[in-house]
Design a protein. Structure first.
Length: 694
């Protein structure tokens, strides 16, 4: 089982633990409880396991919106921060919006829900049996499709992706209702398992029979459950006779991306007429400017919805579409088709053009002078360490309008993550673990003690999560081999690497000589660590941060501290680096290898966010930028807990700008550990002074 319930050690209550995603959520009770097994099939919603407890109240240690539903699923109450609701005795299902999705059922009980400044409390009129069910967010391919290298066969394989959709109405814009597409393998014949049931949604994509066109259209095909047929001109058609050209003046790739964004966004708005009838900011923003009857649209077949959506001018809705999490740039060769399901699972925008080829990873001009300082310390092991490899080529994908960029291909990317099939497979095969989050810090150069001291103060500071942090100094090759082959969630290396190994006290350890590694994620904060990082991923790791060139010690310290703090706050690896890069002029030398969507520690409030704060005459202006995680992806909703906020926002991206008082800002910053951008620098909510903000 990947989902477990365990009693708390330090106070009455229980923890709900997702052993695959390393997520846990604490539920407190006023008195000790006994956990009893319970059937999960009494819930209307997908639940993996359930327990029964008897209590008069429960307390959730975070501020969360709580829906209370009746037996028919209708909303009886919704309770936000600084609100309280009392409901008469009846049967209810409580639906708190926490990072692990729990449902709580009571029968014939009076319920009072109160959400205050820092916690959520649910009380009953008497001790009552409370059924608690939950489901894991872990998702994996249900089948494997084999395809040849021929475009017609690849097209047939990609057409199966829509079989993973768990809904064919606008509700599929919720990330939990989009299952993982089937895996792809390149073989000698096309082989589609008989149990794959591709939907008939009435939508067809006509595409030129070439790999580039198929790769680019794969996310759109998946989201629509569309049929794919070869054609000379790309277009979308429906069984009602509607046609929409995908070959416009903007170009095929841009048009496909815009089409996916438009359809997805309008589904997010239309679904407010469905299961979660919430006040969505984006609906209020566009409704006066579009001639759409959302209530009627929600009931229409998917093909008719698509035809209606595509008649809405893109520029009317463009500013309100959530910031896309990921753009993946891909070399359109047959072998790379095997990574498509993982990219599509993220609903990434896929592009194949506009990659600049280079023969080296250059150092920014503004950073050159830093290397000539008399007091400079670099993290190079020797003066002739060179660049990432002796003979290779680089690619610099053209940045697209997404929070993060990634690359699939043989070249080394600059400014983008390097995706590999092995990393995705390791993520899917991740072992279950209900124990502490294990972090190993290795410092192999005493001159770099500053970073070691800083990260030692950061890791494991979360009261709500159990950590096991161990620091190692000046390891031998044998000792480092032991650390790398021992299970751990995160490995933070401070020292030197060369292309052919980690520099140790008695020589070099080349990770390619290790049979397999036990670490999940890593930061190799050393010069030229790309080769060794890629080796770690090939040997069993999921993802890590590496460098392409030499880095200066002081800049590496700043990036190392920022990454540690961001990971501790629950940011995924790739998002953490995207933010941390700005801490050094050499930040561009750092990239992620592997599946950068993985997290080390869970976020405190369900969605990692960055605050941009500036002082005003009456207080402060706060802009919040939300980031996606794999278990809370594109299409999730966010409710910022500011007093003036009365609406939900779509994530990721900007989720509103709020004018608040200094006291409210101080209170908000104490609720969670978050990065705060102010006056062009990055601060941390638990250590910043408001009077320093101008």
């Amino acid at each position: 089982m990947t989902l477990t319930f365990e009693p708390l050690d330090d106070r009455p209550g229980l923890a709900v633990i997702d052993q695959i995603e390393r997520q846990r959520y604490r539920i407190h009770t006023p008195t000790p409880i006994a956990l009893r097994e319970a059937a999960a099939d009494v819930f209307q919603y997908p639940v993996g396991d359930a327990v029964r407890i008897r209590t008069r109240a429960i307390e959730l240690p975070t501020v969360v919106m709580v829906y209370v539903r009746d037996d028919d699923g209708a909303i009886a109450a919704e309770v936000a921060q600084f609100e309280s609701e009392t409901l008469p005795a009846d049967d209810y299902v409580l639906d708190p919006l926490t990072q692990i999705k729990p449902y709580m059922r009571v029968e014939d009980a009076e319920v009072e829900v109160t959400v205050d400044s820092d916690r959520t409390r649910i009380e009953f009129d008497a001790p009552t049996d409370l059924l608690i069910g939950a489901r894991s967010q872990h998702d994996r391919p249900a089948a494997t499709v084999t395809t040849t290298e021929q475009p017609a066969d690849v097209m047939a394989a990609v057409e199966t992706f829509g079989s993973a959709l768990k809904a064919h109405d606008p509700e599929r814009s919720y990330p939990t209702l989009r299952g993982h597409p089937p895996a792809l393998e390149i073989g000698d014949t096309l082989d589609i398992p008989a149990d794959i049931d591709s939907p008939d949604t009435g939508v067809t994509l006509e595409l030129p029979p070439d790999l580039a066109s198929i790769f680019v259209a794969a996310p759109l095909s998946y989201y629509l459950g569309a049929s794919l047929v070869p054609a000379s001109e790309p277009r979308l058609t429906t069984d009602t006779g509607f046609t929409y050209s995908l070959d416009t003046a903007r170009g095929f790739e841009s048009e496909v991306g815009r089409t996916l964004k438009r359809l997805f966004f309008l589904d997010c708005v239309t679904r407010t007429e469905g299961f979660h009838q919430i006040d969505l900011h984006e609906r209020a923003a566009i409704e006066p400017y579009v001639d759409l009857d959302f209530q009627s649209l929600y009931q229409q077949p998917l093909a008719e919805q698509v035809a209606t959506y595509l008649q809405v001018p893109y520029d009317v809705i463009e500013d309100h579409i959530p910031k896309w999490r990921l753009t993946t740039h891909i070399d359109p060769v047959p072998a790379n088709a095997e990574q498509l399901p993982y990219v599509v699972d993220d609903l990434a925008i896929v592009r194949t053009h506009q990659q600049q080829r280079l023969n080296q990873a250059s150092v920014p001009a503004e950073a050159e002078a830093e290397f000539t300082r008399d007091d400079v310390i670099t993290r190079a092991a020797s003066s002739d360490a060179g660049t990432a490899t002796a003979e290779t080529d680089y690619v610099e994908p053209q940045a697209h309008d997404s929070l993060e960029q990634a690359w699939i291909g043989d070249s080394i990317p600059i400014g983008a993550s390097k995706l590999t099939k092995a990393a995705f497979e390791h993520r899917l095969d991740r072992d279950t673990n209900a124990e502490d989050i294990t972090i190993r810090v290795v410092q192999n150069d005493a001159r770099m003690d500053e970073e070691r001291q800083l990260v030692d103060e950061v890791y494991g500071t979360r009261d709500d999560l159990p950590f096991d942090v161990t620091v190692h100094d000046n390891l031998t090759t044998a000792e480092l081999r032991t650390v790398l082959t021992t299970d751990a969630e995160f490995f933070h290396y401070i020292g030197h690497t060369e292309h052919d190994g980690f520099v140790c006290s008695d020589g070099k350890l080349d990770v390619t000589t290790v049979d397999s590694v036990g670490i999940d994620t890593f930061l190799l904060n050393a010069c030229n660590s790309y080769n060794q990082g890629l080796g770690l991923v090939e040997k069993g790791a999921i993802a890590g941060i590496v460098t392409l060139n030499e880095v200066l010690n002081d800049g590496a310290v700043r990036i190392g501290e920022a990454v540690a703090r961001l990971l501790n706050c629950g940011f995924p690896l790739r998002a953490a680096l995207t933010i941390a890069r700005k801490k050094s002029v050499l930040g561009g030398q750092y990239i992620v290898v592997g599946d950068g969507g993985v997290t080390v520690a869970q976020t405190e409030n369900g969605t990692p966010n960055l605050l941009d704060v500036s002082a005003t005459t009456a207080g402060y202006n706060v802009e919040m930028k939300a980031y996606s995680m794999d278990n809370k992806g594109l299409g999730a909703i966010v409710f910022p807990f500011f007093e003036e906020c009365e609406e939900y926002f779509l994530a990721p991206g900007s989720v509103g700008s709020f004018n608040i008082s200094s006291s409210e800002l101080s209170e908000f910053l104490q609720m969670q550990q978050v990065p705060v951008k102010a006056d062009g620098d990055l601060y941390w909510s638990d250590s910043m002074e408001l009077e320093d903000i101008s």
